[in-house]
Design a protein around this ligand. Structure first.
Ligand SMILES: [Zn+2]
Length: 257
């Protein structure tokens, strides 16, 4: 097919993720640039599927553009590259606010009284419901302008919620051991909590020890963003996440000789 004809065909077909947009994402997002060419081809297909199957809606006056959709989808598909879209079953919608948003939450105090409070958040995942994200943080995460990654974090919660509770244990593959997972994660959790309680410098975000669900989400972020750091501090957690996500991001870094 001649170039002009090919261009016309692609426009008529309405490629949801055109070459130029994808190349730009791969160049600008460190998270994507680490993959081999072959993996990026598969990742692009997963991103296309995400864009077809999930909706991105604006809230708080935000208009969601195709560029924003692609930035969300590209990050969201990294954890499921080797798992498949099936792992994002049970929900369809991503809701985006321009920046930090207020979420109304309930908690029960020790005497059984229920309190309602509003908390400023950059991300939230509802069981069987939407993923809610602050666009400002999504962009900072995408382009390495902050330490963590809110998209990886919230989607880790979604994977965790697949078996009903955000308790730090998503449904494990048949080849994996629940005992080994629990041992690896609880030892690392206790170690990080102890380090923070002693006032020593913690290698990971203190928010991780809020509860086991947050620990899994933060460790998932580190697995993809700083895999060598995680491998160095908590090799057993790295090993469990490697088996779960079926990826080995630390192997993509050359060790200094
Ligand atoms: Zn969280």
């Amino acid at each position: 097919m001649k170039r002009a004809a090919r261009r016309w065909w692609r426009a008529a077909r309405g490629d949801i993720l055109p070459d130029r947009a994808w190349d730009q994402l791969c160049r600008r997002m460190a998270l994507l640039s680490r993959y081999t060419d072959g993996e990026r081809i598969r990742l692009r297909e997963t991103v296309r599927q995400f864009l077809r199957e999930k909706t991105c809606e604006g809230a708080g006056g935000l208009t969601v553009t195709d560029r924003i959709r692609r930035i969300v989808a590209a990050q969201a598909c990294v954890p499921i590259l080797e798992l498949g879209m099936e792992w994002y079953r049970g929900w369809v919608s991503v809701v985006l606010y321009p920046a930090t948003f207020l979420a109304r939450q309930q908690y029960t105090d020790e005497s059984g009284v229920v309190h309602e409070l509003e908390r400023p958040l950059i991300g939230e995942s509802w069981d069987q419901g939407p993923v809610i994200l602050a666009l400002e943080s999504v962009e900072e995460s995408a382009f390495g302008k902050c330490e963590g990654n809110v998209v990886l974090h919230e989607l880790a919660h979604k994977l965790d919620l697949l078996n009903g509770h955000a308790n730090g244990m998503p449904p494990l593959h048949a080849s994996m051991s629940r005992r080994a997972w629990t041992r690896a994660f609880s030892q690392a959790y206790d170690h990080l909590a102890g380090t923070i309680n002693r006032g020593a410098e913690a290698p990971f975000d203190e928010y991780a020890v809020e509860d086991p669900g947050e620990f899994f989400a933060v460790m998932s972020e580190e697995f993809f963003l700083n895999p060598q750091l995680l491998l160095c501090h908590y090799p057993a957690v790295y090993g469990q996440l490697q088996a779960f996500y079926r990826q080995d991001p630390a192997s993509r870094y050359q060790s200094p000789t």
